[in-house]
Design a binder for this molecule. Structure first.
Ligand code: SF4
Length: 210
């Protein structure tokens, strides 16, 4: 079996296991909301980000309003997500740039996205894949761990994993596959004690435990 065949086998198997591949951030298809929520989600649970986001977007429904938020007010609203001072600073910078350079719209180009405060490749790929249909490998901890175990990526490194999977998985499948990897990584291929006997990939996985 080639690497590509193995990757497609994994795509199909996870599609069967998790027919619904939904983003766990409640962004309602709004790129501005997804960008803000993805920045907030660093070292925080998605459930906490979803809860904080309801009053946050009531207060700042558009990037220009968030960019102009008074010192301390935005910080107060996002305090419970942790690292709130640096996240507030990045969000103001990103929203200022969105307003001044992009007419309040979130760009789809990778370089443009990376020019926004707090936006790295993981967030940029999430936005490009989920909302713009451009594909994107979101190389989070589950994606990196499982790709390494399966032998789809040679290294547990975000850029190496992103590039390896991008070359193996069709663009239109990338985004959903990454959402499914999160569910799979929580349920079966967990960081400690993966449940290999229950795993639909055990026949093709070099790390499968007997
Ligand atoms: S066989 Fe085990 S290590 Fe391999 S993907 Fe499945 S759960 Fe993970």
């Amino acid at each position: 079996m080639t690497l590509k065949e193995k990757a497609l086998f994994a795509v199909d198997a996870l599609e069967g296991l998790y027919p619904e591949a939904i983003c766990s951030l409640d962004h309602e298809g709004d790129p501005y909301k997804l960008l803000v929520m993805a920045v907030l989600s660093a070292q925080c649970t998605d459930a906490r980000v979803n809860a904080v986001s309801v009053p946050l977007f009531e207060k700042y429904p558009t990037p220009d309003l968030m960019a102009a938020s008074p010192e301390g007010e935005l910080e107060g609203l996002i305090r419970s997500v942790g690292l709130y001072n640096s996240k507030a600073k990045n969000l103001r910078l990103a929203c200022r740039r969105l307003t001044d350079e992009y007419g309040g719209k979130v760009p789809s180009d990778m370089k443009d996205l990376l020019s926004l405060g707090g936006v790295g490749r993981k967030v940029a790929n999430l936005i490009r894949g989920d909302l713009y249909g451009l594909g994107g490998i979101v190389a989070d901890t589950h994606c990196m761990r499982i790709s390494l175990r399966l032998g789809l990526s040679p290294k547990k490194d975000p850029l190496v994993t992103e590039k390896a999977l991008s070359a193996l998985i069709p663009i239109e499948k990338q985004s959903d596959f990454c959402h499914r990897l999160v569910l799979f990584g929580r349920d079966i291929c967990t960081a400690r004690s993966p449940k290999c006997t229950l795993c639909p990939l055990k026949g093709v996985c070099p790390s499968a435990e007997a």
